[in-house]
Design a protein around this ligand. Structure first.
Ligand SMILES: [Fe+2]
Ligand SMILES: [Fe+2]
Length: 338
């Protein structure tokens, strides 16, 4: 599981528009005269244009060409515009591509149906050129903003990846924590959106270690109290790094509070119980599990079975939310087949 792939399974698309290239617009209509008309009207604006003449071709071209915007007719052979729109908007890799429905239908019912399918805007035929160009350019601006956001978040993922790659003992830690955490989140019935926040927050939970002195991070032996104090600043450092990114705001509790204890004895804020966000309570468990099953220079990691036994035995120790222990153990037994 490569960390850089994270976006392909997230709410944000993995294939950003190349800023050096003009935006790509896919025109989809089974009527060739309509396609030609749209091409002529958009030509002066220096967009890259591609065409598709039925629903299946629209999906193929989207997957192969990664447009920045789609102009989509509704009534087409093979798949209707509604179906195409629904398929793309339900696919995390494509859901942020703006779709403008172009239709001759004037009925309110059809508009509602297209909105339900996830369309971003409408143009009713016959439309005027100014209307077309204004809507296209404003949605392309929005797409460019999403892409920027995506790039900033991706840079942070890459930073964590590089940080962990430097040390054989931490390699893959955040990806494993993300994988375990999202499975626990699924188990306790959190929504798809919440699961996505947990996955992204888990991937970034230790990003603050970027600010920790390297010789301490890689020290092949137990840490002194001073070194421990320094390393324990990583949740706050991580919070400071990520708090400026709006898209990461829901993940901040994980980054700041994954070392809090349910009984209040953790750090950095010493909060307890339900004052610790549920996301952070989940990651507190999966993070500990991964730490105790990983090798360190001065000790071998425990087996999955041993680690789960310890966590089960310590369920009332006050470290973790006791209600999360059973779903956590169930999930880990399924994953590790123990
Ligand atoms: Fe941490
Ligand atoms: Fe961690």
């Amino acid at each position: 599981m490569a960390l850089i792939q994270t976006k392909s399974s997230s709410t944000l698309p993995s294939m950003n528009h190349d800023v050096n290239q003009p935006p790509k617009v896919l025109i989809v209509d089974d009527n060739t005269a309509n396609v030609e008309l749209l091409k002529v009207q958009l030509k002066p604006y220096n967009y890259q244009l591609e065409t598709a003449y039925d629903g299946d071709e629209a999906l193929e071209k989207t997957r192969a060409w990664h447009p920045d915007l789609i102009l989509l007719d509704l009534m087409m052979p093979k798949k209707s515009g509604y179906e195409v729109c629904q398929i793309l908007k339900n696919d995390k890799s494509y859901c942020l591509i703006p779709i403008i429905i172009i239709t001759a239908l004037r009925e309110l019912q059809d508009k509602i149906k297209a909105i339900e399918a996830g369309a971003d805007d409408f143009l009713i035929k016959p439309f005027n050129k100014i209307e077309l160009v204004t809507r296209v350019s404003s949605l392309l601006r929005l797409k460019a903003l999403y892409d920027d956001l995506d790039s900033s978040e991706n840079i942070l993922y890459s930073m964590v990846h590089m940080l962990e790659e430097r040390d054989v003992y931490t390699r893959g830690h955040s990806e494993r924590v993300a994988h375990f955490s999202l499975k626990v989140a699924e188990k306790i019935g959190l929504s798809e959106k919440e699961i996505d926040y947990i996955r992204r927050g888990s991937l970034l939970h230790d990003i603050g270690k970027i600010g920790i002195r390297e010789h301490i991070l890689t020290k092949p032996g137990p840490l002194t109290p001073e070194e421990m104090e320094h390393i324990n600043t990583h949740p706050l450092r991580g919070y400071e790094i990520c708090k400026h990114l709006k898209s990461l705001i829901p993940t901040l509790p994980i980054i700041r509070h994954h070392h809090e204890r349910y009984d209040g004895g953790g750090y950095p804020d010493g909060i307890k119980g339900e004052d610790i966000h549920l996301f952070a309570r989940i990651v507190a468990l999966t993070d500990t599990y991964d730490a105790i099953t990983s090798n360190r220079p001065y000790r071998r990691g425990l087996s999955a079975m041993e680690a789960l036994k310890i966590i089960d035995k310590e369920r009332l120790s006050g470290q973790w939310d006791p209600r999360l222990i059973t779903p956590f153990l169930e999930v880990m037994k399924e994953i590790k087949k123990v």
